[in-house]
Write a protein that binds this ligand. Sequence first.
Ligand code: PLP
Length: 278
Amino acid sequence: MALTKQDKLRLDCFLTKIKKDADGFLGYPSAKDFDFSIFNDYLRFPFNNIGDPFIDGSYKVSSKEFEREVLEEMATLLRAPEDDWWGYITNGGTEGNLYSLYLARELNPNAIVYFSQASHYSVTKNLHFLNMRHIMIRAQDNGEMDYDDLAETLGIHRDVPATIFANIGTTMTEAKDDITKIQSILDGFTIVNRYIHCDAALSGTIAPFLTPRPAFDFADGADSIAISGHKFIGSPIPCGIVLAKKHAVDRIAQSIAYIGTLDTTVSGSRNGLTPLYL
Ligand SMILES: Cc1ncc(COP(=O)(O)O)c(C=O)c1O
């Protein structure tokens, strides 16, 4: 594409500004030390991973084979049940959380969602989108959920299914809610209709390597986990990963003839470059 002299000058100035901004940029958990220029040639193609990542479908310019590889790796890392997991690469943590709450709502439409006051600002927005009944639980000074407040609140609503929205790395203090403790509180009230979602947008890619390992993954009792890809892994385009139980996803799947695959994701058209970066 030929640029006018003026446009070229404008883009050159913008590049200089962005380089300076990126160099001096601190405070957000966004990795900057990457170089994905190896993928520059791929910018010439109309990538679209439309629909379900596990069914190639009729849109052929896709990177679903790499998307599946990323998901398989994450499923292993997060100890997902071998024959009952599913996932996709999202546009970020917020979408993964929205998707997971949607699955939770379809499983238990009347559940109350419990989330701590240290949760990310997008959580109340997502709950509003989904029109889900919810109660905010106090947070401790370190940002972790106040389990006494959770127990007291669950005790009052022990006749209602519970959806727990746990933080695995809060935005401000990286606090991690302990889903083992949360499950023993639910057990204490014999609340069997339950769904546990872990918002691991911040810490999901590092938590599996911590000692002691925080209680947050599928083997610990999570039903779904959302992670941001652009935070600790790093990517020039915001992205994320959501993993959930396959039986929950099967409930919302719709077969769409013209894309030749299932509609199982929030957006139809999906990014085909971010799977390569991840
Ligand atoms: C705990 C937590 N949840 C969710 C999000 C939203 O993630 P994203 O910006 O990838 O949509 C963030 C982002 O900072 C976060 O820290």
